[in-house]
Design a protein around this ligand. Structure first.
Ligand code: NAD
Length: 482
């Protein structure tokens, strides 16, 4: 069993001030695999102080030199590929193919922000065009300062890469708190920082829970900006904490994303996309397309095809390469999803496939893939994020009705449109209120395209140049020309 009772601060492993210990578990074997410090406000103080000392030097290094470190991060992750995939399968319960996606997307992200860091250095001080005679204006983009980064447990390597890579590229220094549920994959980031000789204090990793580290970090006046990915409940607390001292905040929160299947769709490929959109990673994806909106002309055929897909999904050991779907990442998340299944029973929802009617593996925090049809729009299952393999379907009779139903949500993270007519799919997609809209595809993520949501799905955008600008402050230098 591993003992993660030390924090990585100023490139040293320092005993946490926290006395509380948390159990880190393998959700398939249902056994403890590590003990973790819950952290302490004094750990945050030390990490913020180290990051503040390091920040001017890291900024002065310039984007091109910082880029070399980001490339080294990508290489460090690549070198530990097999080990990290197994660690993630064990700690997250992800099937191996899913751990590979988490890792590959993270590596791509570090590489992308290396190129962005070089481009940032090349454009510093560029002259701005204007119509004021005899005046020169230059624009500089400075780092926001010291940033606090907080991540959830569902895609540990990628959600942390989306923050750490642009923050370091921008010249910010970092205090990073991984999720206490899945600290093992992200723990490796501190080891990689150490092995590539990242200057001391640039990346500080503090383990702990919301009480031990999260709340003290978001309240800390030495933090210039907080970037948070997680639940809406905690996101609101983070935003309130950031208001004190008017510090920057970006929030990547939950989703209840729709998938629209139009009446010209090829049923078999539509069923593949729908299944991938909700059952991938056991439905524990913020952008899971958990509301199926299908034209009534093709609804029965699609639901039949989906039922066949569900029956073919192999539940089992995440480390077995034949497994399609692993357990939920924690007993807590399994229980949270089971509460929704109980509500579905109380509401009398009609199940095409019901989690409770399928044999489960002998061990593990499993929820079987589930599909309800004709779900009322006021059902809690239609409106709330479940974060599990539970799909709710409704039928419509036109594209306009499908768009209206899709947009009738407080969330606005992602959406998918399936149609044989690409132009029609794009037209419908363009009318949807979401940050990422896929047509005839699902969950396609690339570091060049933005990530983030409308409405209560969050504030700000990660990835692409937008992700970098979240860690930059723009300033203009203006005076007589020549
Ligand atoms: P969570 O909100 O419970 O925890 C997220 C992080 O916040 C953890 O590291 C946790 O320790 C920390 N935390 C808890 N209390 C805190 C506090 N008071 N102050 C500061 N930090 C605190 O979320 P979770 O259960 O880990 O993750 C699931 C949620 O994350 C889902 O709602 C999902 O949609 C969302 N998510 C969103 C995205 C996105 O990109 N929009 C990506 C992944 C997950």
């Amino acid at each position: 069993m591993r003992h993660l009772t030390q924090q990585f601060i100023d490139n040293q492993w320092i005993d946490s001030h926290g006395q509380r210990r948390l159990a880190v578990t393998d959700p398939y074997r249902q056994e403890q695999i590590a003990e973790l410090t819950a952290g302490h406000a004094a750990d945050v103080d030390a990490a913020v102080a180290a990051a503040r000392r390091a920040q001017p030097g890291w900024q002065a290094l310039g984007g091109a030199r910082r880029a070399d470190y980001l490339d080294a991060f990508a290489k460090g992750l690549t070198a530990r590929r097999g080990e990290l995939m197994r660690t993630s399968a064990g700690n997250n319960g992800k099937a191996l193919a899913e751990t590979e996606i988490d890792l590959d997307d993270a590596i791509a992200c570090y590489r992308y922000y290396a190129t962005q860091a070089r481009a940032l250095e090349a454009r510093q001080g560029r002259v701005v065009e204007h119509d004021m005679a005899g005046v020169q204006a230059q624009v500089f983009e400075d780092p926001a300062g010291v940033v606090g980064l907080i991540t959830p447990w569902n895609f540990p390597l990628v959600t942390s890469a989306w923050k750490i890579a642009p923050a370091l590229a921008a010249g910010c220094t970092v205090v990073f708190k991984p999720s206490e549920v899945t600290p093992l994959p992200e723990h490796a980031l501190a080891e990689i920082a150490e092995s590539i000789g990242l200057p001391a204090g640039v990346l500080n990793l503090v383990h702990g829970d919301g009480e031990g580290i999260g709340a003290p970090l978001t309240a800390h006046k030495g933090i210039d900006k907080i970037s948070f990915t997680g639940s809406n409940l905690v996101g609101e607390k983070v935003m309130r904490a950031a208001a004190d001292g008017v510090r920057g905040v970006s929030l990547e929160l939950g989703g209840k994303s729709p998938i629209l299947v139009l009446d010209d769709a090829d049923i078999e490929s539509a069923a593949d996309w729908v299944a991938a959109g909700i059952y991938f990673n056991s439905g524990q994806i913020c952008s899971a397309t958990s509301r199926l909106i299908v034209h009534e002309a093709v609804a029965d055929a699609l639901l039949d095809a989906l039922a066949r897909r569900i029956d073919a999904i192999r539940l089992g050991d995440p480390l077995d390469e034949h497994t399609d779907m692993g357990p939920m990442t924690s007993a807590r998340q399994r229980q949270a999803v089971e509460r929704y299944l109980t509500i579905a029973g109380e509401e009398g929802l009609s199940a095409v496939r019901d989690a409770r009617h399928r044999d489960l593996p002998a061990q593990g925090e499993f929820i079987a893939p589930t599909l309800y049809r004709d779900v009322p729009t006021d059902s809690r299952l239609w409106r709330e994020e479940i974060f599990g393999p539970v799909l709710c379907a409704r039928t419509v009779t036109s594209d306009a009705e499908a768009i209206e139903l899709a947009n009738d949500s407080d969330f606005g993270l992602a959406a998918t449109v399936i149609s044989a007519d690409v132009e029609r799919a794009k037209r419908v997609g363009r009318a949807l209120r979401a940050g990422s809209i896929w047509y005839n595809s699902e969950q396609v993520v690339m570091p060049q395209a933005s990530w983030g949501g409308f409405g209560i799905s969050g504030i700000g955008r990660e990835l692409g140049p937008w992700g970098l600008s979240g860690y930059l402050e723009v300033k203009h230098l203006i005076g007589p020309a020549g």
